[in-house]
Design a protein around this ligand. Structure first.
Ligand code: NAP
Length: 446
C-alpha cells in the first residue's frame, strides 16, 4: 500500500489516484471463525479482545458495481468491535454466512476471517461501474448503514429495511484496515478541518445519537426539553450532550468519575451526576430492583434540572432501564439503542402506562440522518470526541480499553495514515472553529 500512501500524502490528482494498482492483499484487524468458542466458560469481563483480534494480511475482494475501494487512513473502536471480539451475544460469522447466501456478491463476505470496524475516514481509490457521485481522490468519511437499495422495504427509512446491516459488524471488509470495500451510499464528504483520526471517530456514534434525539424517527427533542443522558462522556453520550446543548435542550449528564464530570462541564453541561460518587444501586440483588434508589436518583435529576426528564437517552440497559422508566416525566420518552449491561430488561410497567410514557427503539441512522450529522460536524457545530489514538497493530489494546470502560469519548485508530494530526485540508477553518473545541477530549495521541 506504500504507493497509495505516497500518492495520498503527495496530494496526487484524482486521475492518478484512480490509476493506482490495488494490491491483492491488505493489512487488516480481524477475528477468526476457528476462535469463536475460545472464550467459552469465561466471564464476559474476562474475555480479552487482545487475544481474539489479529492483525495480518487478508485477500482483497473484487469490487461490486455499487461499491468503492477506500484507502482507510483512520478508523475507530466502537462497542461493536468489543462485541465481535468477545463473540457476544453471538459470533458474527452467522451474519456473514447469511449475507453470503443472499447473492453472488454477498458470497464474498462469508469467510473464515471477519475484518472488523464500522467507522473510517480515507480516500476513494476506485469506484464500481454503477457509482455516480464519487470519484477517485475524494476524501471521505464512511457511515456504517449497509443497505440493499433493490429491496422495497429500504425505501421509506433504510434503517427499517428487512436486510439492513451494520458494515464491519454484520458484513465483512470493515474499516479497521488499510483498505475497505464499502457501498457508494455509505460515503460522506470528510470534514475538511479535521485530521484523519478526528474524521474517523464520528459517524457511527454521532449519527446514532442524532437519530435518537434529533431525526424524525425517535425522540424528536424540542427546545427546553430536559434530557437525561447516561454515559454522557462516552461514545454515544459525548455527541448526545452536544446535540442537546445545540438544540436548546437541558442536558443532565451521568458519568462515573470527577474527571468525566469536569469534561462534561467543559462541554457546557452544567448538570452533572457522578453515579459512582453518589452511589446509586438500582439492583439490591441480581433479581430485585430497589425502587427507593430510583426515587433518590429521580429526586437528584429534579433538583438539578428543576423538572423530570422529557427524554431519557438509554443504552446501558439492564442496570439502568428500570430507573430510566421511573424517572421519565409523565408522557415523556425513553429512547433506547442498546443494552451494554444486559438485554433482558426489567422495569415496572405501572410507571409506564399510568403516566403515559413511551419507550422508543432506535438503531444507527439512515443515510439522510448520517449525512445531516456529518454536515453539523463539517460546519463545526458538533465536534469529534477523540480522546486517544492507537495504531492498527494495537487495535486489541484499544478494544480492551472500551470493553473495560477505561476511556472517554472515542478511541481512534490510525490505519494507512503514517502518523497522527494529518489530513487537515482547511487549516483556516480549523482555526476559526477553534482548536480548544475540536480537541476538548484529547488525552494522548499516538
Ligand atoms: P462507550 O463509549 O463505552 O460509552 C458508554 C458509557 O455508558 C460509558 O462511558 C459509561 O459511562 C456508561 N455506562 C456503561 N455501563 C454502564 C452502566 N452499567 N450503568 C450506567 N452507565 C454505564 O460506548 P458507546 O459507544 O456509547 O456505546 C454504548 C452502547 O450502545 C454499546 O452497547 C453499543 O454497542 C451501543 N451502540 C448501539 C448503537 C446502535 O446503533 N444501536 C450505536 C452505537 C452504540 P460512565 O461510566 O461515565 O457512567
Amino acid at each position: 500500500m506504500q504507493h497509495i500512501l505516497d500518492a495520498i500524502n503527495g496530494d496526487a490528482p484524482g486521475e492518478d489516484i484512480g490509476a493506482l494498482e490495488i494490491p491483492s492483499s491488505y493489512r487488516a484487524a480481524y477475528v477468526r471463525r476457528e476462535d469463536a468458542d475460545m472464550f467459552s466458560g469465561v466471564e464476559s469481563n474476562d474475555k480479552d479482545p487482545r487475544e481474539s483480534i489479529h492483525i495480518g494480511e487478508v485477500e482483497t475482494p473484487e469490487l461490486a458495481p455499487d461499491e468503492v475501494y477506500v484507502a482507510v487512513m483512520a478508523s475507530s473502536i466502537n462497542f461493536n468491535t468489543v462485541w465481535t471480539s468477545i463473540f457476544e451475544p453471538l459470533p458474527t460469522f452467522g451474519f456473514l454466512d447469511r449475507l453470503g447466501r443472499e447473492s453472488s456478491w454477498g458470497a464474498r463476505h462469508a469467510l473464515d476471517q471477519h475484518v472488523i470496524g464500522s467507522d473510517g475516514s480515507g480516500v476513494v481509490l476506485q469506484t464500481g461501474t454503477a457509482v455516480r457521485n464519487w470519484k477517485p481522490g475524494d476524501r471521505v468519511a464512511i457511515h456504517c448503514n449497509y443497505v440493499d437499495d433493490q429491496d422495497p422495504s429500504a425505501h421509506d427509512d433504510s434503517m427499517k429495511a428487512a436486510n439492513q446491516r451494520i458494515w464491519g459488524f454484520e458484513s465483512n471488509f470493515g474499516g479497521l484496515a488499510d483498505l475497505a470495500v464499502v457501498k457508494a451510499n455509505q460515503l460522506m464528504p470528510k470534514p475538511s478541518h479535521l485530521t484523519w483520526e478526528e474524521a474517523a471517530v464520528n459517524a457511527l456514534c454521532a449519527s446514532t445519537s442524532y437519530r435518537m434525539l434529533v431525526g424524525r424517527n425517535a425522540a424528536t427533542m424540542k427546545q427546553g426539553d430536559v434530557v437525561l443522558i447516561w454515559g454522557a462522556t462516552g461514545g454515544l453520550g459525548g455527541y448526545a450532550t452536544q446535540l442537546v446543548l445545540n438544540g436548546g435542550g437541558i442536558p443532565v449528564g451521568v458519568v462515573s468519575s470527577p474527571e468525566k464530570g469536569e469534561l462534561l462541564r467543559k462541554m457546557g453541561c452544567e448538570r452533572v451526576i457522578d453515579r459512582k460518587a453518589e452511589g446509586y444501586s438500582f439492583w439490591s440483588d441480581e433479581n430485585t430492583q430497589d425502587e427507593s434508589e430510583w426515587r433518590r436518583f429521580g429526586k437528584r435529576v429534579r433538583e438539578l434540572a428543576g423538572d423530570d426528564p422529557d427524554i431519557v437517552f438509554e443504552h446501558p440497559g439492564r442496570s439502568t432501564f428500570g430507573a430510566s422508566v421511573f424517572v421519565t416525566k409523565r408522557a415523556g420518552t425513553v429512547v433506547t439503542c442498546a443494552a451494554t449491561s444486559g438485554y433482558m430488561i426489567e422495569y415496572d410497567n405501572r410507571h409506564l402506562w399510568m403516566k403515559l410514557k413511551r419507550i422508543i427503539s432506535s438503531h444507527f441512522a439512515n443515510y439522510r440522518e448520517a449525512w445531516e450529522m456529518n454536515r453539523l460536524i463539517d460546519l463545526g457545530m458538533v465536534h469529534p470526541i477523540l480522546s486517544a489514538t492507537y495504531d492498527l497493530e494495537h487495535t486489541g489494546d484499544a478494544a480492551y480499553q472500551v470493553h473495560h470502560n477505561m476511556h472517554e469519548g472515542k478511541l481512534g485508530v490510525l490505519c494507512l495514515a503514517d502518523g497522527p494530526n494529518l489530513g487537515v485540508s482547511d487549516q483556516a477553518k480549523r482555526e476559526r472553529i477553534g482548536e480548544d473545541r475540536i480537541s476538548l477530549f484529547s488525552r494522548t495521541k499516538a
